[in-house]
Design a protein around this ligand. Sequence first.
Ligand SMILES: Nc1nc2c(ncn2[C@@H]2O[C@H](COP(=O)(O)OP(=O)(O)OP(=O)(O)O)[C@@H](O)[C@H]2O)c(=O)[nH]1
Ligand SMILES: [Mg+2]
Length: 220
Amino acid sequence: MGRPALDRIDFHSREKYTIAGKKITAEFVGSFHDMAQLPKDNRPHVAVAGKSNVGKSSLLNRLVGQRKLAKVSSTPGKTRALNFFLVNDKYYLVDLPGYGYAKVAKSIKDQWGKLIEKYLEGEPRLAGMVFLLDCRRDPGPDDIQLLTWLADRSLPVMVVVTKADKLGRDKLGRKMRQIENELGLPSIAFSAVTGLGKDQLMGAVGHLIASAREKVTPNG
Ligand SMILES: Nc1nc2c(ncn2[C@@H]2O[C@H](COP(=O)(O)OP(=O)(O)OP(=O)(O)O)[C@@H](O)[C@H]2O)c(=O)[nH]1
Ligand SMILES: [Mg+2]
């Protein structure tokens, strides 16, 4: 309710949202297992979500230009809590635990699931979500379930196709069109290795934050 409509956000417009050259500051705030522990201030949140190993933590590090801020691992399932990063002293990027990793015990999976659900359901400061898909995979049932759930709640979603350096230009273009058609949403190609898509995504996040602010203070 009252959230900016998805169609108001033009994720494709490079000029408008390019923030090249602008310095970004980011700091790790904490790793939270409980809603009661979350920061109390009113800064908006933008969550980063997607399957385990899709590249959430790597994206976050690349976005803010700090290699080791969020923990990256070749072992899937490393991020188990809600990890908060304060960006430009203005908003929080929230690294969510990845879903869909088969080798994690069911009891732990249930615990993460509940935490994510509680957060997405009960967090009024959540302005939107950066939703990641690996460019070499098709969206799975878990992905579709989360997207449907977000759409039902009118939460703005930016689809980001990760590890874009792994595909050639043509294959990547085809994959993005396939994903966009399947989900009915535009997407941004991203690579944590080359930095492709970084300015476009930071711009889109900035726009999301501005829309959230408008909502809080409609008259300026
Ligand atoms: N080539 C390439 N590899 C990437 C990219 N992004 C992430 N990776 C690799 O993919 C693996 C997983 O990356 P993470 O950033 O830890 O993924 P995650 O989504 O945070 O994983 P969980 O926290 O387990 O859910 C690591 O080995 C990264 O180095 C990318 O853009 N290009
Ligand atoms: Mg991670």
